[in-house]
Design a protein. Structure first.
Length: 164
């Protein structure tokens, strides 16, 4: 039964026990943001990829965090590629050219393949930011209104607002 259904995939470690979602989800998201690689993030969190994909399908908040982590990972990859283009290939401590940690061509293909999703995620993030700004402005206006009412001695009623 070397290739039985209960055996972990080649290269994957079998989890010692089933970990609850709350104990691995944050680790997974952090690894995903750092690597942009689901399998590597699952290994880093000590789970199998199936558990991560099941959680993504059934938990909308985790799905949102997953997409946000990938967007962050692509931003990091883009910054690393820009740094390589500006500074050249990394140099080892002995002064010789070091072996790159990844292939630039593959990295560019990955960025192009996920450009639309990253753009969508940035738009969602920016929209959330604008909503927070509007809420903050409305709260400040309400505080100003309350201070003005308190200073004028007028009651806080809709009729008082209409009289002004």
């Amino acid at each position: 039964m070397a290739n039985g259904a209960n055996q972990p995939a080649r290269g994957a470690e079998a989890p010692s026990r089933k970990r609850p979602f709350t104990s691995w989800s944050k680790d997974f998201i952090n690894h995903l943001a750092a690597t942009s690689n689901v399998a590597a993030a699952a290994r880093g969190a000590g789970i199998d990829t199936g558990a991560a994909y099941r959680a993504k399908r059934t938990n909308p908040e985790f799905n949102r965090q997953w997409r946000q982590a990938l967007c962050e990972g692509y931003d990091l990859l883009e910054m690393e590629l820009l740094q390589r283009l500006r500074a050249g290939a990394p140099v080892a401590s002995d002064g010789k050219r070091a072996t790159p940690t990844h292939d630039n061509a593959i990295a560019f293909r990955l960025l192009v393949a996920h450009r639309a999703e990253a753009a969508r995620q940035r738009a969602v993030r920016d929209n959330q930011d604008s909503e927070a700004i509007l809420l903050s402005i409305n709260a400040k206006i309400e505080k100003m209104r309350q201070r003005r009412l308190a200073a004028s001695g007028l009651p806080d009623t809709p009729e008082a607002d209409e009289d002004e």
